[in-house]
Design a protein around this ligand. Structure first.
Ligand code: DGT
Ligand code: MG
Length: 372
């Protein structure tokens, strides 16, 4: 499209997997506002509205220029209507009034707080809100039943809210590899998620684990987790066993890889405090020798590795768009297990991410440009 105000030609491909989205972009204030409105819609249970804001934000993330007017964006995919108002307000007033209103909206603030607890989704938070929960200490009420995930999330809340830096992620990687390689020395362990996309900090650290010999993977996660536990390196863990879901049924959001959702006690570098062990959290919070870090460990069979790597690298929106593109444009079903042709009723194998993009007729997008 060509804007009326300027002669800048703005073209953006409709699917996020057809464009390059770097980590830093030109229109951060507008993108932040759209993402907050998307989050607010999700917290109200309106997934459709939330997705509309997420799509608009994602399109703007891939723009190489700073917008000068709302008009410039009006023909970009997903950037009409409500998005136009947001852009205009930010460009003219420096703030979006709808976002400002969220700061004083008690329900939004409370829902944001509750859903930021590990293991708490929108439905649980909504139920608690209706039951009068407004702050973390309200969850001490014995009438409120917490799952084991949620209990751990509340216990380690403060640590888990602090961003994990890349330096800490590297130390977590060292710790995890050390545990896994005890049992299978040539295991392939890859850091995925936001850190693979070049982020300098994240809310957790994600790892993908594989080996050409399937036998080597059998029982491995349990052995490594038990060992870390015995060393006082785990504050919490919950392992979901592998289930070969009907992987290519549409609308199955979760995949079936064996996954361990853990909270690791990452030792501090300052060894002068090393006397304080895991159990000292409650009594001497200032003197702890560790900090809690959320870690996801995912085990994948070798023949699914490329698909799992693509699926667990993200971003979430990039993944959603890849699947949408595969289905609507190629009539293929893609997930973290494989690529499936419903027409021919067969799986299409691939051994690298590059190959998967090629099979979909897409130009390869390196991880650092998947920050959609
Ligand atoms: P972060 O941790 O906030 O810095 O951001 P990310 O991008 O690392 O997000 P995260 O850790 O929630 O998830 C990493 C990627 O893994 C995400 O982009 C999509 C994917 N992912 C997350 N949960 C699941 C799941 O249950 N199944 C599959 N297949 N993929 C998932
Ligand atoms: Mg992550």
């Amino acid at each position: 499209c060509v804007s009326k105000d300027t002669d800048v030609l703005l073209t953006v491909a409709p699917y996020a997997c057809q464009r390059q989205t770097p980590l830093t972009h030109q229109n951060s204030e507008i993108i932040d506002a759209l993402e907050k409105l998307g989050k607010a819609a999700a917290l109200r249970g309106s997934e459709v509205r939330s997705l509309a804001f997420t799509r608009a934000a994602s399109v703007l993330k891939s723009l190489p220029i700073r917008l000068q007017s709302a008009d410039q964006a009006k023909n970009l995919p997903f950037c009409g209507g409500h998005c136009q108002t947001v852009i205009q307000e930010i460009l003219e007033d420096g703030v979006c009034h709808e976002v400002e209103a969220l700061q004083t909206n008690e329900q939004y603030q409370c829902m944001e707080l509750l859903t930021s607890i590990f293991g708490v989704g929108v439905h649980t938070a909504e139920r608690w809100y209706k039951d009068g929960v407004r702050k973390l200490s309200d969850l001490d009420d014995p009438n409120i039943k917490l799952t084991a995930d949620q209990r751990a999330g509340v216990t380690h809340y403060t640590d888990l809210q602090r961003p994990v830096t890349r330096e800490k992620a590297d130390r977590v990687q060292h710790l995890i590899k050390n545990a896994l390689h005890r049992f299978v020395p040539d295991l392939e362990v890859t850091m995925t998620g936001g850190f693979r996309r070049g982020k300098q900090q994240g809310h957790d650290v994600d790892f993908l684990i594989t080996h050409p010999d399937g036998e080597a993977l059998s029982g491995l996660l349990k052995k490594a987790v038990d060992w870390m536990d015995s060393q006082g390196l785990l504050l919490y863990h919950h392992t979901r066993v592998r289930s070969r879901v009907q992987a290519h049924r549409r609308n199955v959001p979760m995949d079936g890889h064996e996954t361990c959702y853990a909270i690791v006690a990452l030792p501090n570098l300052d060894t002068s405090k090393a006397g304080a062990g895991v159990g000292s959290d409650v009594t001497f919070p200032g003197a702890r020798a560790w900090r809690a870090v959320r870690v996801d460990l995912v085990v994948t069979p070798y023949d699914e590795y490329a698909f799992a790597l693509l699926g667990w690298t993200g971003s979430k929106h990039f993944e959603r768009e890849l699947r949408r593109f595969s289905w609507h444009e190629k009539n293929l079903s893609l997930n973290s297990h494989g690529l499936y042709s419903t027409e021919k009723q067969c799986s299409i194998p691939a051994t690298s991410e590059e190959e998967i993009f090629a099979l979909l007729g897409l130009q390869y997008v390196p991880p650092q440009y998947r920050n959609a």
